[in-house]
Design a protein around this ligand. Structure first.
Ligand SMILES: Nc1nc2c(c(=O)[nH]1)N[C@H]1C(S)=C(S)[C@@H](COP(=O)(O)O)O[C@H]1N2
Ligand SMILES: [Mo]
Length: 251
């Protein structure tokens, strides 16, 4: 992975301005201009330039599935809202979808299933250096976006979670609309043929297979479409990003 990223960074130099021309008009937004200046943003653009943006992450076979899908980070949110849902077996759970959407919605897991399902066996790579392979079942985020209708100007999907980190800082994440519409980007409610365990993010978590583990927000409470995430958290697009990690965590 490191080699690939180093390769990509070097390729930035080789390709020079070619990659940066003819793309979306990011300079219209302050945040966009700021992101464009960062090395991660350039890496991301080169990565997409070199491999088609629809390229799939590798998928594995049933025989490859890890015996245990190691849980990491929060494994049992202690917030009152989550605890109340958990006591009721998540029967009252509704995913809130709002922000820059035509039709703000509150979706049950059944509502999501009705929008479409996909199952995929993929490898999860944590930034800490370990990997596990698991089989995920969920609804493509693209189907949810079609259902709610992104308003013109929406650029990112922000994932707000039920758990807090370090006492009272909510976990959150964000991806751009291109990544959100990738066919393997799922709102997952099933793992390895069963329900989603609490430790792995029940009742609903993100799978965004071309990026590192911390992007895969667990315990989804709300998803919000925005034109900029500058006003959310500390403005870097995610809990770990606010603590120094890269926003685009391509594998
Ligand atoms: N809400 C929430 N999502 C989260 C985390 C977290 O602590 N809270 N940890 C992240 C990290 S660092 C990793 S590696 C994966 C772990 O997912 P798992 O517990 O299913 O292995 O979840 C990610 N998503
Ligand atoms: Mo991680």
């Amino acid at each position: 992975m490191t080699d690939r990223r180093a390769f990509l960074r070097n390729t930035v130099l080789a390709l020079g301005g070619a990659v940066l021309t003819g793309c979306d008009r990011v300079s219209e937004s302050d945040t966009g201009a700021k992101v464009l200046e960062s090395a991660e943003a350039v890496t991301r653009r080169v990565q997409r330039f070199l491999s088609p943006s629809r390229a799939l992450a590798r998928e594995y076979t049933e025989a490859d599935i890890s015996a245990v899908f190691k849980p990491n980070g929060s494994i049992l949110p202690d917030t009152p809202a989550y605890q109340a849902l958990l006591r009721n077996g998540f029967a009252d759970y509704r995913l809130e979808v709002d922000g820059m959407v035509e039709r703000p919605s509150r979706l049950s897991i059944e509502d999501l299933k009705a929008l479409g399902t996909r199952t995929q066996i993929t490898r999860h790579d944590c930034v800490e250096g370990w990997s596990v392979i698991g089989k995920w079942t969920g609804t493509p985020l693209a189907s949810v976006l079609d259902h709610v209708g992104a308003k013109p100007g929406a650029r990112y999907v922000v994932f707000h979670c039920f758990d807090n980190y370090e006492e009272d800082t909510p976990y959150y994440e964000s991806i751009d609309l291109d990544e959100a519409r990738h066919p393997q980007t799922l709102l997952a409610y099933g793992l390895n043929g069963g329900g989603l365990p609490v430790a792995n993010g029940a009742p609903l978590r993100l799978r965004v297979e071309r990026q590192l583990g911390y992007k895969h927000a667990k315990y989804l409470r709300r998803i919000e479409l925005v034109s900029s995430f500058a006003d959310i958290g500390e403005g870097n697009g995610g809990y770990w990003e606010d603590n120094g990690y890269e926003w685009y965590a391509g594998i």
